[in-house]
Structure formats: C-alpha cells, structure tokens
Design a protein around this ligand. Structure first.
Ligand code: ADP
Ligand code: ZN
Length: 215
C-alpha cells in the first residue's frame, strides 16, 4: 500500500505505520526518525537540522525534499510505503506531487488521523523514545512503560524524553502543526483520495484503513 499518514504530533502516525507495515511489508518512512538518525550520526544534514528540531520548528523544505527524493527511489519502496510525518507543509505536498509524477508513483490514499488536543497533549508528555538511532522504539510511561525503568525492551539502550517533548516545545509543535500542516487536509480533500479517521486507538485506525483498501 502507498499511503500518506497525516495527523498532529501524538496522533499515532508512527504506531499506525508500524502496524500497517507488519501487514504487507510496506516500509514506514518517518522523516522525524531519519532526521534524528542524522543528528545522532553527526552528519552535515544532522547538524543543519538539529537546531530547528530542538525548538520544535520545522526543518527547511529543501532539506526534507532532498531526503525524500532519494528515499522514495530506494528499492524497498517499490512494494509500498507509509509516509509518516511527511509532507508537513503545502510546499512539501506540491513538491511531492511533482516528484511522484516524475517517478510514476500512484498513491492509494491520504489518511488524516484525527485526535483531540487533550489526548495529544497527554500522549506527548508521557512519551519516551529509545535513543538508539537504529531502534527508536516508543514507550509511554503510563500505558506502555519499558519492562526495566528507562531501558529499551528491544535493544537495551536508554529510553528518554526527547528534547522536543518538554511542555514548551510540545506547545510550539502543536502551534506549528495548526499553522503549517493542518492546511494539507484541504489540499488533499480536493483530489478525492482523502479519508478522515477519528483515532480513538491505533487498532481502530488500522482497521478503518484496511477496510477502505478492501483488505
Ligand atoms: P512528531 O510527529 O512527533 O512531531 P517527528 O518525529 O515526525 O515528530 O518530527 C520531529 C521533528 O523533525 C519535527 O518537529 C521537525 O523539526 C522535524 N521534521 C520531521 N519531519 C519533517 C518534515 N516533513 N518537514 C519539516 N520538518 C520535519
Ligand atoms: Zn531500543
């Protein structure tokens, strides 16, 4: 399947992408994960992105499009992909449309995962992430804590609160989402592939997507 997953920070895009990926082997492409990997690795790209990310600001469109142009041409995308956290701005959506036309890629659907602000805030402040760039497992101190306090179940690396998950940065990310990303809903509503799904839980969202796709 070839999907764009839209939704505010904390809507569960990453969790839904992982569940969908397990169904048919479509790859999850998270620009946030890719960028955090580059920051950890200390690459040029990582150094350019780091300051924006810490503050909860968006990384410039040109950097993101450079990443995605390469990523979408990797052989593992042929089967299918789940775009998680991209596109994030109208210029990115326009550039993606042009890129897909050029690469002869057709999307199946654009899904907006719709979650109330209260739920978003609660999820974001209790979220913890594995620091290992190759793992990046996500936990929640209330609903899904690691078995050993602060240690990743999967790889044993420390599990921490991300720099951009302080209360201040979270508010800023939600504001950025409302200003820059929410307008993508209108953009995609115009082309008929758009589906809004109210995301009480990730399982409900996944089942709704499967039934839309006739799976
Ligand atoms: P979340 O969806 O939880 O806010 P992500 O992991 O998707 O977090 O992204 C973390 C940060 O990486 C963002 O706050 C932003 O700085 C940067 N980022 C990720 N994807 C994009 C994108 N498509 N465009 C611009 N910046 C991005
Ligand atoms: Zn881990």
């Amino acid at each position: 399947m070839k999907l764009i997953l839209l939704g505010a920070p904390g809507a569960g895009k990453g969790t839904v992408a992982k569940l969908l990926s397990a169904i048919d082997g479509s790859v999850q492409i998270s620009t946030g994960d890719i960028l955090r990997g580059e920051v950890q690795a200390g690459s040029d790209l990582g150094r350019q992105a780091e300051e924006y990310m810490k503050k909860g600001d968006l990384v410039p469109d040109s950097l993101i499009m450079g990443i995605m142009e390469k990523r979408l041409q990797a052989p593992d995308c042929a089967k299918g992909f789940l775009l998680d956290g991209f596109p994030r701005t109208i210029p990115q959506a326009r550039a993606l449309k042009e890129l897909m036309a050029r690469l002869d890629i057709t999307l199946d659907m654009v899904v907006n995962i719709d979650v109330s602000r209260d739920v978003l805030l609660d999820r974001l402040t209790t979220r913890r992430t594995c620091v290992n760039p190759a793992c990046q497992a996500i936990y929640n101190i209330k609903s899904n804590p690691p078995q050993k306090d602060g240690i990743c179940n999967k790889c044993g690396s420390p599990v921490v609160q991300r720099d951009d998950e302080t209360a201040e940065a979270i508010n800023h990310r939600l504001e950025t989402y409302n200003q820059k990303t929410a307008p993508l809903i209108g953009f995609y509503q115009e082309d008929g592939m758009f589906h809004n799904i109210t995301g009480a839980t990730s399982d409900i969202v996944v089942n709704a997507i499967k039934s839309e796709l006739g799976m």
